[in-house]
Design a protein around this ligand. Structure first.
Ligand SMILES: [Zn+2]
Ligand SMILES: [Zn+2]
Length: 191
């Protein structure tokens, strides 16, 4: 990843080098599906290798599929957060083999401690709610933000009580009818 720059006549490194032939004087061409990194091409290579920026090449390389998967996931995640559902947003290792994981919905953040193995049980690319982790190991109440620096508390496993259930959604003005697994549903009109 990254581009190579050559020196111009004033000695500044601002002449983009062609990814194909290594000549300076290239410009960037975007992926037709806005997925992979723009390719740097000089005018000659741009002319001689139109396939480098073609839809077919990038489709064959998986750019279209991955772009759709990525945006679909982002849309789903946004929709879930809008519905009040907490989605993993960040994690920080603490002591005793525990990880402090924060989950965020539209308005709020909550935190849980869990074992390192539990945390790694769900790949980082996946949408993860608190209850998804509870299927992999014990979880414990934790603050909703991190403490940095010298005041960082040590967490003692001996005082932690494993939770039997965890909160997946906040109760907002539109309560989420939630069980394990995400199923968005229209508001009930039962009176
Ligand atoms: Zn070139
Ligand atoms: Zn591409």
């Amino acid at each position: 990843m990254g581009y190579i720059y050559a020196q111009d006549s004033k000695g500044r490194f601002n002449k983009l080098v062609c990814d194909k032939c290594g000549q300076a004087g290239a410009r960037k061409y975007r992926c037709p599906f806005e997925y992979c990194q723009p390719i740097a091409l000089c005018p000659t290579c741009r002319k001689m290798h139109p396939e480098l920026v073609s839809r077919k090449t990038h489709r064959d390389a998986g750019c279209e599929k991955l772009h759709i998967e990525f945006t679909t996931k982002m849309d789903k995640e946004k929709d879930m957060r809008e519905h009040g559902i907490y989605i993993r947003c960040s994690a920080m290792g603490v002591n005793d083999g525990l990880v402090h994981v924060l989950f965020k919905n539209k308005d709020h953040i909550i935190g849980y401690y869990m074992d390192t193995e539990t945390y790694h049980a769900i790949p980082l690319g996946e949408i993860a709610m608190p209850s998804d982790y509870l299927k992999h190991g014990p979880m414990y109440d934790a603050p909703s933000d991190y403490v940095w620096g010298d005041n960082k508390p040590t967490v003692s496993r001996s005082v932690l009580v494993a939770l039997q259930c965890v909160k997946d959604a906040s109760l907002g003005p539109n309560p989420v009818n939630f069980s394990l697994g995400y199923k968005p549903r229209p508001a009930s009109s039962n009176a």
